[in-house]
Design a binder for this molecule. Structure first.
Ligand SMILES: [Zn+2]
Length: 313
């Protein structure tokens, strides 16, 4: 059974098992009678080698509960729902939209916690706007009363003004580094930050995935110019590859990922959480923000994530 209230209960049942000392959060991803529940957590390699407190560039080392579910989904996440014990952060909201999630349910107790109150503005201002633009429905679950309260629902027939999905094509070449490098060579994109990867479906069939940095679903470059610059509505290429794979029921091969520049620290942590050990980089001297460089140093020197500079080779 995977109704929203039951799914929320499944998340609540495991939330105390989160290793996070203060912010214990859990989520359940559910669709067609199947569900997966996860807490926020540190990827084992980060926990063992860096501990809980080391910053990775400007990012924490944790994988948020929502993404922990999306990374490990055994079914395509397009059209699925998420029940979360807490309001989601703007970064997760962008990824939830990109993964094709249709409905998000937040536990009413999540709105009362200290850090939810602290983050309240962020949720209202950014997470809610991102989900609304993407056409994701949002509800509050009041478990005790067995009630679901509507927070936001798109008008019927709403289609996001822009949903530039990542490119996914069948690949006839074998799963190998030369195939990845050949794919990267053939990519023609206008954006300086882009990535590609090889991925397999449940039948073992191989696919190539290509994504460039892009505004969150429903936003256009024009909308972004209108914002005050305090928040970032752009989804970076590596996160788009990970979410595009989840959306379509594909698993990215952990040894076959390319990014044109150094990914953001948050993308690097997500890669480690996904199980990636090595990434090929087009230009190590280029990144969206300067924090990428210390993040790369921390991860590479501790043998957590390796970077192959393709400009040098
Ligand atoms: Zn989050």
């Amino acid at each position: 059974m995977t109704d929203p209230i039951h799914s929320m209960q499944l998340a609540v049942d495991i939330v105390l098992s989160s290793r996070h000392p203060e912010n214990k959060i859990a989520a359940t991803l559910f669709k067609d009678g199947v569900s997966l529940s996860k807490t926020n957590d540190w990827p084992p390699a980060i926990l063992e080698k860096l501990g809980q407190d080391t910053r990775i560039g400007d990012s924490s080392g944790t994988i948020h509960a929502e993404l922990n579910c999306l990374f490990h989904s055994a079914f395509p996440t397009a059209g699925a729902s998420l029940a979360i014990t807490d309001p989601c952060c703007p970064n997760c909201a962008k990824c939830i939209a990109e993964a094709g999630i249709q409905s998000v349910y937040i536990d009413h107790k999540g709105f009362e916690k200290d850090f939810a109150v602290r983050r309240g503005d962020e949720f209202q201002d950014m997470s809610l706007r991102i989900l609304a633009h993407a056409g994701v429905s949002l509800y509050e679950v009041i478990r005790k009363e067995h009630k679901i309260r509507l927070i936001y629902e798109p008008e019927s027939g709403y289609i996001p003004p822009e949903d530039n999905q990542i490119e996914i094509r069948p690949c006839r070449a074998p799963l190998s580094i030369p195939t990845l490098l050949q794919t990267a060579r053939l990519v023609k994109v206008k954006h300086e930050r882009w990535g590609c990867a090889l991925a397999t479906d449940i039948h073992g069939k191989l696919w190539t995935l290509v994504a460039s940095a892009h505004p969150a679903i429903g936003y256009t470059h024009k909308d972004i110019q209108k914002t005050d610059g305090k928040y970032d509505f752009i989804l970076e290429p590596v996160n788009r590859l990970l979410m595009g794979a989840a959306r379509n029921g594909l698993k990215i091969s952990c040894d076959h990922l390319w990014c044109s520049v150094l990914p953001s620290p948050r993308e690097m942590v997500n890669l480690v959480g996904y199980g990636v050990r090595k990434i090929y980089i087009g230009d190590m001297g280029n990144s969206k923000k300067p924090e990428s460089y210390p993040a790369y140093k921390t991860l590479e020197s501790n043998d957590i994530l390796l970077f192959e500079d393709m400009k040098r080779s």
